[in-house]
Design a protein around this ligand. Sequence first.
Ligand code: ZN
Length: 318
Amino acid sequence: MDMSRRTFGLAAAALTLPAPVWAATPGKTTLEFMSSPLGDYLHVLLVRADKPALPVFRPDGFPAAPEPGILASIPERVARQQLTAYDDVEPLIRAHVSRGLEAGEAASAMAELAPSFEYLRLGKPFYEAFEAYWRENVQALSQAQISEWRLQNEQHGLLDRLATLHRLPGLKVDALPVVAMPFHASGSGTVDPPGVYSSLSRRPNLGWFLGHEATHLIWSGATGTEWEAHPLASRARALAEPRSIDLEEIACLLMQVALPQSCGMIPADYRISAAFPDGGMKRLLGSLEENLTIYQTDAVRWPTLIDYVLETSLTALA
Ligand SMILES: [Zn+2]
């Protein structure tokens, strides 16, 4: 679960890019499961995301930790592109930055990447040792998670099932990379290029992970349907934002439970709203969960999940 949207922030900054080259027929998306030693290394180097289940990789002379937030989402992008050569990382970042600037994205958001190249170079001499570490300690764990995900997807057709819950066409991409990232803090998604990323779990649940992260993509104009273009969106946002409620994130939380529940992967009576303190967020999520079965049977009142979440926001947050 990515409640902080840390890694999603950068992806969201690229929403206004020109028509994506990966556009394809909605609803025809296959999941491409993958792992990436280089992406994993960049998580260790840049984020210092050590995990109790894995030995700490800290060879002599390893650079001290960088500023938090620097190069956020770069491990994911590198993994998603399946880069294997360390020297290809910097050009990938430069291409991402210049695409963002060309599209008129905030120079400050893009410029924060630039000072990090020097740091990135400090990490290069240790990558070979990490590859050996990865083969010995990480590869089998990532593969085990991918095997379990693949099985779950074969059983339940999770992305199509999710699009059905949304009553939306799904994703405008032929393939969605689904990346096992052992050093990831939790989960994240990028829309440009599209991909979803998850840490490892003792009990992998692709429904939970995809329900959340693929919902971000399904609600984005670049990869799915732009929820902010809905006629109720500005009124709902005006109620939600002063309370620090992110309506897209609410939809993701709702679907991260609804999707696995729809195929029996978690108990039917589980309520994610129970985990939140009293307030607008709990009230809104609770109301959405409580009436979800009514939504599912009434496609006239709520043609899509976007209608359902926005209309419910107007009453729950009024
Ligand atoms: Zn999220």
